[in-house]
Ligand binder design. Structure first.
Ligand SMILES: C[S@@+](CC[C@H](N)C(=O)[O-])C[C@H]1O[C@@H](n2cnc3c(N)ncnc32)[C@H](O)[C@@H]1O
Length: 296
């Protein structure tokens, strides 16, 4: 047999091997992750705040250290993506950052470093008692044809634990704590916000967050969530009657619905929506006869 056919046969055999497939998936993940990290370091994210490539490389190293030291529901890559988005907001857009649902505070710790670099405050909101409810809860992950199972009290981190983690690995000085159920604490917020990271796991908790946070966001403000695979959470962002009733506007939709943003090869849990203005195209330039991009 010619070597060409032998190698084809070898490929067919390898392709059937689960171990080979796992190897390819792992390699694809490494390649995609290193592309996204290099992109973050080498492109001028945060230049408007005086950040250099070395500053961004140090930031990534600190994110990696944080997730190695603090139990985390999110990876250093996700922290990098969130950092990239916050650093891309112009300094002229004034407002703070909030994380709702923090567990032991790993992501808050990373976000505190980003807030320190951008001169914004970070609101750290959690019950500090874990998930609410009185019974276990199962939700469908349609894209993976599976279910996730959650229990009341799961993901409990005390405020002292979270404070200690942020103090040891991040910047406690930029943080304000909102301790209690979102429905009770978030209505007290009255400062403008530019970025919210919602990682509350539950549909009802996410609605509580949006009810208070959405009115505080300016046009261009962002809401990211780590619950893009949870269809019950995603559905909120398309629930027109609810958005009309709460805010008198149509539902904004959700980027990454069900399968998440393409930051992992198969699927991810990260997705977002952006508060866009429907009234005016001020600050936008026409790039094609029906297409507009922001001026900056
Ligand atoms: C998956 S954990 C957050 C993980 C964290 N973002 C991370 O990156 O490690 C979900 C968190 O949401 C909090 N939570 C959920 N619903 C809540 C509610 N209604 N009020 C306050 N906290 C809530 C829980 O206490 C828990 O800490």
């Amino acid at each position: 047999m010619k070597p060409r056919y032998l190698s084809y046969l070898g490929y067919r055999l390898l392709r059937r091997s689960a171990r080979f497939q796992r190897f390819v998936a792992h390699f694809a993940q490494l390649a995609l992750e290193s592309y996204l990290i290099q992109d973050f370091i080498n492109r001028p994210y945060g230049a408007a705040y005086g950040l250099s490539p070395d500053d961004r490389a140090r930031m990534v190293a600190r994110f990696r250290h944080i997730v190695a030291m603090v139990p985390s529901g999110t990876s250093a890559l996700f922290h990098t993506i969130l950092a990239r988005e916050i650093l891309s907001l112009p300094p002229t857009m004034s407002g703070d950052v909030i994380e709702c649902g923090v567990w032991k505070g790993a992501c808050s710790t990373s976000l505190s470093l980003v807030c320190q670099a951008t001169g914004r405050r970070l609101f750290v909101a959690d019950s500090f008692q874990g998930l609410p409810g009185s019974a276990p809860y199962r939700y469908p992950v349609a894209h993976l044809q599976s279910y996730d199972y959650l229990e009341p009290g799961q993901f409990r981190g005390t405020q002292n634990e979270v404070r200690a983690n942020i103090r040891d690995y991040g910047c406690l000085e930029v943080c304000s704590f909102l301790a209690g159920w979102f429905a009770d604490t978030l209505p007290q917020l009255d400062t403008p916000l530019v970025f919210a990271f919602l990682d509350a796991d539950l549909e009802s908790s996410t609605r509580d967050c949006l009810r208070s946070i959405w009115p505080l966001l300016p046009t261009g403000g962002l809401v990211y969530t780590d619950d893009a695979a949870n269809m019950e959470v995603v559905r909120i962002f398309f629930d027109d009657p609810w958005w009309q009733q709460q805010f008198g506007e149509p539902a904004p939709g959700f980027i990454g619905s069900g399968s998440g943003l393409p930051v992992l090869p198969l699927s991810s849990t990260l997705g977002y929506t952006c508060k866009q203005s429907r009234e005016t195209l001020d600050g936008w330039r026409r790039v094609y006869n029906h297409s507009f991009l922001p001026l900056q």
